[in-house]
Design a protein around this ligand. Structure first.
Ligand code: SF4
Length: 485
């Protein structure tokens, strides 16, 4: 389906018309309609990775969310201290579905809230002494914890605490790695700087600190897969079926040791480029490990990625890869034959974080669905450079879109499905628009790999074709009549 470039341009203009002059001028820079020129320009006009406007209901989170929530939190055998007042750790407690094997509270601490719970006295007199006490308590209460990370919340950097000195002292006393992370939420403009800070902390305090007993020619790392709903397991299984050996998963179901020995791999396979590109580039420079991006969403992208990965190895791996694809293809074709007729030409609007807004497109397209608009919360220019060529001409591409902009666009485009986060979900339900959470997989998943596509296709069909949408008033009607959307 071709999208109308001029119509969509007009539509975006109409949406932005509601803003005061200055806000409109600012928000205009965050929208672009995909054209042939935009696909090849390399440096597109769209502005990204800059401050959100105050008071517009941005979908963004903070640096702490990017470090503790995304990168460090999934490392299962370390205790991650949410250092500061109670809120940040409480709200991020167990909400991101980074699955991990192990026994919670014994050798797996992912879905726990460990916090220094700052009181006024800690703000006035500093929290360093308290932090020392907490670290000692952690080693007593959780003797199987292999290390500790200190995830700074806003006040820590504002009151002049020296968590680096505390970590150094206590690492010696407790004889374990203790990693101070300066991911206070006021740093940067979104989760994105938190990723970078977290990556640097891995580089400075953990990577290369242990050796791997045996190395082999097929050793690889999975980088930037957080195992949401078991995604990394559904990916790993394919790499191993092909004959590769995954020595580290960063960081879904990952361990401290996997962070320490990753420098021994022959190749870094990076799924989420946004959150971990800093590490693969560092490992390339410091350890001469090449890296490549891959995409395990939907069979077309998975076949393409598996072949590209196999091409980095010998004939044995390449033959294994072809045999494996031949084995899985009939079941993938059966899924497409079953669901495509039910989803063909359905219009989708996506707004996710820093990767999936482009990475999931192939999976939707395998089902015949059309992405009519896609946006990121915190992507950078290089992400948009990859996004434009993947999208059809006329697609609306948006950066840090506000709640108002998304709601207006979804209605004006009359979409059949919105894929975004939990903050958005219920608004669209009330508008009568089918919605899938594309962060948490709506408590389903995995969506990666061949196993994942089966779940993805079923979930999209279940949502788009649910009879429930016939029971509530049509969204256009509600909108036209201004009937409380
Ligand atoms: S902005 Fe500050 S207070 Fe808010 S979640 Fe992030 S670290 Fe916590």
């Amino acid at each position: 389906m071709g999208l109308n470039i001029e119509e969509n341009k007009k539509l975006v203009e109409e949406v932005l018309e509601a803003y005061p002059k200055k806000a409109k001028k600012d928000r205009e820079k965050h929208f672009q309609i995909n054209t042939e020129e935009a696909q090849s320009c390399g440096t597109c006009a769209l502005k990204s990775n800059i401050k959100s406007r105050p008071g517009v209901m941005t979908p963004r989170g903070c640096s702490y969310a990017g470090s503790k929530g995304v990168v460090w939190g999934p490392i299962k055998d370390m205790v991650h201290i949410s250092h500061g007042p109670i809120g940040c750790g409480q709200y991020s407690w167990g909400t991101r579905r980074n699955y991990a094997n192990g026994t919670l509270g014994i050798d797996n601490f992912t879905a726990m809230q460990i916090t220094s719970d700052f009181q006024e006295t800690d703000i006035v007199f500093g929290g360093d002494k308290k932090l020392e006490v907490i670290m000692r308590e952690i080693t007593e209460m959780f003797p199987l914890a292999k290390g500790i990370s200190v995830q700074s919340e806003c006040p820590v950097g504002l009151i002049g605490d020296d968590i680096e000195a505390v970590s150094k002292k206590m690492a010696k006393e407790l004889e374990m790695p203790i990693v101070p992370v300066r991911c206070e939420g006021f740093r940067g403009v979104s989760q994105s700087l938190g990723h970078h800070i977290a990556n640097d902390a891995i580089r400075d305090f953990v990577l290369g600190k242990a050796e791997l007993a045996e190395t082999g020619p097929y050793d690889v790392n999975i980088i930037g897969d957080y195992n949401i709903g078991g995604d990394a397991w559904a990916s790993r299984i394919l790499l191993e079926e092909m004959g590769l050996r995954v020595i580290a998963q960063w960081s879904g179901d990952g361990t401290l040791n996997e962070l320490e020995i990753a420098h021994k791999a022959k190749l870094n396979l990076i799924h989420c480029h946004r959150s971990m590109n800093y590490m693969v580039e560092h490992m390339e420079k410091a350890y001469d490990i090449p890296w490549m991006e891959y995409n395990f969403f939907g069979p077309s992208k998975t076949y393409e990625s598996l072949r590209a990965i196999a091409a980095r190895f010998d004939d044995t791996i390449q033959e294994n890869c072809e045999k494996m694809i031949a084995r899985h293809k009939p079941s993938m074709d059966a899924i497409i034959n079953k669901y495509r007729p039910r989803l063909e030409s359905k219009k989708v609007l996506l707004m996710i974080g820093g990767l999936r807004s482009r990475h999931t497109i192939g999976a939707y397209e395998d089902l015949g669905m059309d992405i009519v608009a896609s946006g990121y919360e915190f992507a950078h220019k290089d992400d948009y450079e990859k996004t434009f060529p993947m999208m059809k001409e006329g697609t609306i591409i948006m950066d840090d879109p506000t709640a108002y902009e998304l709601e207006e666009l979804a209605q004006k485009l009359n979409v059949d499905l919105v894929g975004s986060g939990v903050k958005e979900k219920y608004v669209y339900h009330k508008m009568g628009v089918p919605f899938r959470q594309m962060h948490s997989w709506d408590y389903s998943g995995p969506y990666h790999g061949f196993d994942g596509f089966k779940v993805f296709a079923k979930d999209m069909d279940m949502t788009v074709n649910s009879p429930v949408w016939n029971l509530i008033s049509k969204k256009e009607k509600a909108h036209k009549e201004g009937a409380g959307v």
